[in-house]
Design a protein around this ligand. Structure first.
Ligand SMILES: [Zn+2]
Length: 269
């Protein structure tokens, strides 16, 4: 009896692992991944805190994946909403509702930190920073620093420029990177992108396909995804939050998830 039970357990274990192995082999073939190589992958999320951030946090917690969130300062700066709402909810229901949403986002921001993820700045607003006047540039950086300060946990502090503007063109526009450094920030770019900001990718497995193809072409590093919207036209970005859980097992076929400090030792927190 015991022997029979043991055989059944053994066979189950054998078949379940072989099924997983077969699936991963199929994915490796599909994305032209080298058969003998595993990659190091870090997930980062821009433009939050958004409505899907809690959903993303649930997935990361369940899967024990450390991530970095580049937060827009104006998403968690509740003072302007508080001012607009005043003391009279009946007279200003719209402003008071936006205050409530802002306070919820702040709670989520606290949760991001509590659950061990790294928080960086995505500036105060989603500007093209290389096009800002010197005073505006300073203000955007300082304002985001002031709002997000309690949530930072490293020195230097990670910063990701909206559109990467000021980073990819730093040779022609050196003032942006210079200002970041001056305020204690270090810029974090990305090695892979899901291109999830593009509506055309917000269907099927296109976002996953983008990351897998770039990784399997031989890249280790940080993948850029989004957990928020900064304008109404980007509502579709909730797609990533909704589908992240399905993509994790496929990514795991070829990659180990690592914290940002794996690549940037100075960002250990
Ligand atoms: Zn952005």
């Amino acid at each position: 009896m015991f022997f029979r039970l043991f055989t059944i357990i053994f066979l189950c274990a054998f078949f379940s692992t072989s099924v997983v192995a077969k699936d991963c082999a199929q994915y490796r073939a599909q994305y032209n991944c080298p058969t003998d190589k595993r990659f190091k992958l870090h997930l980062s999320f821009d433009d939050g805190v958004g409505s899907v951030t809690p959903q993303i946090l649930d997935v990361l917690k369940r899967e024990k994946i450390p991530a970095t969130f580049f937060v827009l300062g104006n998403k968690v700066d509740c003072q302007p909403h508080r001012k607009a709402c005043g003391n009279d909810y009946k007279r200003n229901p719209k402003s008071c509702q936006s205050l409530q949403l802002c306070q919820q986002r702040r709670q989520t921001l606290k949760r991001i930190k509590r659950e061990g993820h790294l928080i960086g700045s995505h500036s105060y607003q989603h500007f093209h920073h290389s096009k800002l006047a010197p005073a505006e540039l300073q203000q955007a950086i300082v304002r985001s620093k002031k709002i997000l300060q309690p949530f930072f946990s490293t020195k230097p502090i990670p910063f990701r420029l909206p559109y990467g503007d000021g980073w990819y063109n730093q040779k022609e526009k050196p003032q942006v990177m210079k200002a970041l450094k001056q305020h204690g920030f270090t810029h974090i770019g990305w090695e892979m992108s899901g291109y999830d900001w593009n509506k055309q990718n917000q269907q099927g497995t296109k976002i996953l396909d983008n990351v897998m193809k770039q990784m399997c072409s031989g890249r280790n590093g940080t993948a850029l995804l989004h957990d928020g919207v900064f304008e109404n036209e980007h509502e579709g970005r909730i797609f990533t939050g909704k589908h992240l859980a399905e993509w994790i097992p496929v990514l795991r076929c070829v990659a180990d998830f690592v914290p940002l400090s794996y690549f940037k030792k100075e960002l250990k927190h």
